[in-house]
Design a protein around this ligand. Structure first.
Ligand code: AKB
Length: 319
């Protein structure tokens, strides 16, 4: 039975990760932390919760000393588009928070997870079927943070024996909690706008392929990786993950299967488009599949059905 300390618990991944970990390991065995208070009705507030700014190493260690976890899942970070607008803040938060978290994991002997991203690749990386081990020279602050983070996690593993594990997440799609500040966010927004307005204006251009995955598969992947036999993990920091390589016209067509009147037009944002074009079109996930059994369940059709049903239900509850 794990006892887990989670940072960034109110973010897009954190919200569903906390809920799933509490379901598996018990409410009282998961301490959720975030820099802000949960909103009224948030599922994160249904168990132990503490305010934590991850750049505050003393408070982080105090909370860990009190809660006595055996596992840390460090999710707090700025995403790619925000990091590009505020590069220094991104460096301080993404790297400062990670160093504090790794140091706490070292001192308190915690198993450790933090996500990397397809943002760890750059314009010189092979674009199609991007290998697990390849050129990583990103040209974004987020990418610089993610590559540095992968190296730092490997360093803590080899130098100090901290059981660090990580994945390179693609864009994650969910109706529970909307993301903020990412490049792949269009693939979430499009579903919300389809239900609310019947139309969507995309800031990512047609024909721009990026990897994506439904949130249920992402959460299952984290749990599976953390439960995996460490002796089998060759590429522990960090595994390529993806369930589909898609572009806006494909999402439009999938939504039109449910709502033939749905329309998409384009008003391309040069910053986010530039980031998207520097990332792979599709990545090779064979190491994750082979080393610990990564096996996503949702393709574009199944995910579209769940997204539309889930958002409609939420909108009906509001009405
Ligand atoms: C982003 O778009 O910044 C994230 C990511 C792929 O890491 N969703």
């Amino acid at each position: 039975m794990k006892r887990i300390f989670i940072t960034g618990a109110l973010g897009q991944i954190g919200t569903e990760l906390v809920a799933k970990c509490r379901e598996i390991y018990g409410n009282d065995n998961v301490l959720a932390t975030d820099i802000r208070e949960p909103e009224a009705g948030s599922i994160v507030a249904e168990g132990p919760f503490e305010i934590l700014d991850v750049t505050d190493a003393d408070k982080m260690e105090q909370l860990i000393a009190d809660f006595k976890p055996d596992t840390m899942m460090h999710m707090a970070a700025l995403l790619s588009a925000t990091a590009e607008q505020k590069p220094l803040l991104a460096w301080n938060l993404n790297m400062g928070g990670l160093v504090n978290a790794l140091e706490a994991a070292r001192k308190y002997d915690l198993q450790f997870f933090t996500p990397s991203s397809i943002g760890a690749f750059g314009p010189n990386t092979p674009k199609k079927n991007t290998p697990q081990v390849t050129i990583q020279r990103p040209n974004t602050m987020y990418g610089v943070n993610k590559v540095s983070g992968e190296l730092l996690c490997d360093y803590y593993f080899t130098k100090f024996g901290v059981d660090t594990r990580s994945v390179r997440f693609p864009g994650l799609i969910s109706y529970i909690k909307e993301p903020g500040g990412g490049t792949t966010d269009y693939a979430v927004d499009i579903y919300f706008q389809a239900v609310r307005e019947g139309k969507y204006t995309s800031y990512i251009d047609r024909g721009t392929y990026m990897d994506m995955m439904f949130m249920d598969d992402a959460i299952d992947a984290i749990i599976k990786l953390m439960e995996a036999d460490g002796g089998k993990l060759i590429n522990r920091n960090a595994y390529n993950l993806s369930a589909m390589s898609i572009e806006p016209e494909m999402v439009k067509a999938a939504i039109q299967e449910h709502d033939p009147n749905f329309t998409v037009d384009y008003d391309v944002d040069p910053v986010r488009q530039g980031i998207a074009e520097s990332w792979p079109d599709s990545i090779d996930t064979s190491c994750a599949r082979g080393e610990w059994g990564f096996d996503p369940k949702y393709d574009l059709t199944a995910m579209t059905k769940r997204m539309l049903e889930g958002i409609r239900e939420k909108e009906n509850q509001k009405a």
